[in-house]
Design a protein around this ligand. Sequence first.
Ligand code: FE
Ligand code: FE
Length: 258
Amino acid sequence: MATLLNLRDLLQHEIEDLYSAEEQIIEALPKMVEKASDRELKAALTEHLKVTKQQKVRLDKVQQLLKKGTEEDTAQKGFLERMFGGSTKCKGTEGLIKEGEKMMGEEMDSKVMDAAIIASAQKIEHYEISGYGTARAYATQLGLTEVAGLLETTLNEEYKSDDALTTLALGKVNVEAQGKGSKAPKGITNGGGGFGIRAETTTKRENDKTGKGLPSSSSRTGAKSSTSKKTPAKNLSVKKGAAKKAASKKSAKKKASR
Ligand code: FE
Ligand code: FE
């Protein structure tokens, strides 16, 4: 692989990675649709397949825009040809898809299988959200407004798909997968899967509106920056603070006893 010398090179690398991701997802989604039983889940996955095909076309446009303006520079052109030669496979997506296929190969009740399919699909969505968030932030930093806009369109589609899956999981699929014999734990009415995910992605979208354009890690930092006292991240930081206080008290005691 050619040496990446600057942020633009890194952006180009990320775009190629995303292109490979979309190609693999286009292949994987029909298998998930086939394996799903719930009508709404099948429809959501089928719709996302349609959207994903458009996203691949959008990435073609991004690649054209990135090539534009650097064509004069032959060294750069050679680099781009190597970069966009289509030979690199996104290993992250490959792994997530393999994991999902392994899961779908297990013996399961059809309703449990639906819940598992949602979980696999959301792992892929989150990976994409991370990649597109990062790429958009790079494009914004580089002043590539049109590229940033195209990436943001896809990013929002990925959020929308993720949210739709969360709604389906919490409102129906997880509940049905729970089975008749078991009771929901106190305070949880819709099962656990996807709940934290939704809180994070919702927070992230609010961040987006502020125009801060945080990259990949934002879906994680989104939870941290939340003002809600109920978020686990907040509770964690409170616990951390308490532990720190206790430690400093302890050392003060120690000093006093010397
Ligand atoms: Fe996608
Ligand atoms: Fe997607």
